[in-house]
Design a protein around this ligand. Sequence first.
Ligand code: FEO
Ligand code: CA
Ligand code: CA
Length: 654
Amino acid sequence: MSESYKIKQHGVDEPTNPSANLALSEVLAARFSRRGVLKGTGAAGLAGLLGGSLATLAEAAQVPFARKAPVLGFKPVPFGFEDKVVVPEGYVADVLYAWGDPVGIKGAMPAFKPDASNSAAEQELQAGMHHDGMAFFPLPLGSTSSKHGLMAINHEYTDDGLLHSDGMKTWSADKVKKAQAAVGVSVIEVEATGQGGWKVVRPSKYARRIHANTPIAIQGPARGHALMQTEADPKGVEVLGTFQNCASGPTPWGTYLTCEENFDGVFVNDSGKLTELEKRYGISNKDAGYKWAWEDFRFDAQLNPNEPNRFGWVVEIDPFDPKSKPVKRTALGRFKHEGATVAIAPSGHAVVYMGDDQRFEYIYKFVSKNTFDPKNRKANMQLLDEGTLYVARFDADGSGQWLPLVAGQNGLSADKGFASQGDVVIKARMAADVMGATKMDRPEWIAVHSHKPGEVYCTLTNNSERGKDGKPGPDAANPRTDNKFGHIIRWNEHGGDAAATAFKWDIFALAGRPDAAKPEHKGNIKGDYFGSQDGLKFDYNGVLWVETDVSTSTVNMKEYKGMGNNQMLAVVPETGEFRRFLTGPNGCEITGIAFTPDNKTLFINIQHPGEPDSERSDPDRPLAISSWPEGPKAGRPRAATVVIRKLDGGVIGS
Ligand code: FEO
Ligand code: CA
Ligand code: CA
């Protein structure tokens, strides 16, 4: 392996889209039609029918449809410059589950060692690093409990400078094994303590870690495809592992969709010959500094050219069955999946909204062929294997189209490389190029309004390459060159129907700072300002929550100087006023959002506290940037899930 590799930052998002498209171009959002599915079903009965994760729907059902917009009641917090989590007066934030905490498997609960000397085998039984998307599933399944539940939590990537006692000074197969054990997903059982706090239940029969070596089934159109076959899996039906798990979404049938984002960052092909497919998905002669391919040749794409094709998918996990095998749902397409937000159309079809987070990439949605059955959980377990994958085109007149990606239709022909639907989903980016989709400014999370069916919001985090060096210039939906602060786009599906193929769109907010020197950095934010928004979710009351991920190379520097650490804000879309709710410790990203059904407990994740610009900490100075959450006596900073509640027991945001 070449010694001259350079660390390519996690998610640096160099564009790999050379297509000549016109540059113009929760659980449920679940907008069951209240008139349809909900007719004659009381909220309690409905919750029983639908299963625990449908708490959302039950909650929504208790709220009159045309209710008045909620009012934010908290006093905003200022920009944050301290190494701690700051929440408004009257709120409290407690750490629940930090990297290295035992997940809670009976008889196998190794304690975290602050010098990072836990073995790979121990790490497989502990919380991974870099918590990201997550969801809360009330227990028991079928209840709307706000006191007891399961949480599925993504662990996106590793900082190997912190993960091993001597960082990456030496390198070994054991270190790779430990890194592979530190990514993926945790399933934990959580419970309110009765004294206002929350705890992880240990041991728990649900406790589980899924990581980069967990067997995962391949289902949908790519199952068995020639491009999915490897020496270890000649039939192309089972993959080891999931990683780079970014955002996520719960389904109305109580499963968890975890999304593989920057998977290219662990593969290396230094043969000097890259296929068009590899180039389009960012596989190159460098990895992102993880060095897995040095010791585990599965990640050497020259030796195993099809292995990268087995990543970049949405993986469905049943958190209620710790023995169930996770499934890669290939019908949802292969790209750098940010998240997967599920809505149910009035017709009962399941709709999954998904962003491809890279500069100039696309927004997709999947509409299932069959309909969701609220009375039969098992019948929904294959719902995401058949259906239509669409990609979005945003037109200049404020209208938009969902363009179907179907083999044999609209130019997706065999001679262009799309002989089967398997080809289309494996090469989804290339199929979207053919269809003329709109190149966006890095689509991150997508949120569906909790009270307005078919009203959808997507964070476009930033794109400093827009209009630069011959790259696509501004268009109506991505209107700024050098878009360093990003924006939030909104669309309304035709007829309020998530399955519709046409929509109207507008720009909900242009992030930025009013005191910026350049007009393209000023934005139009009413209230507290921000940039590089990423996490996005509606609570049960119709408040939209926004989390920022300004990269560690920029946070409180350059155009962001004076804006402090990453933050979380709330906005009621009907008023458009943003209010800062939380600021995080040094070097972190704020991500992950989950509410209990009563909207009185909010879970968020603090990802990579202490992260330096290089994304690899100095093992000799692990506390150089942050010692959160344990303070100066800590061994090292630790990503963690944080529980936030109001001291008076009230609703979050009030
Ligand atoms: Fe993992 Fe696009 O954030
Ligand atoms: Ca993200
Ligand atoms: Ca991001």
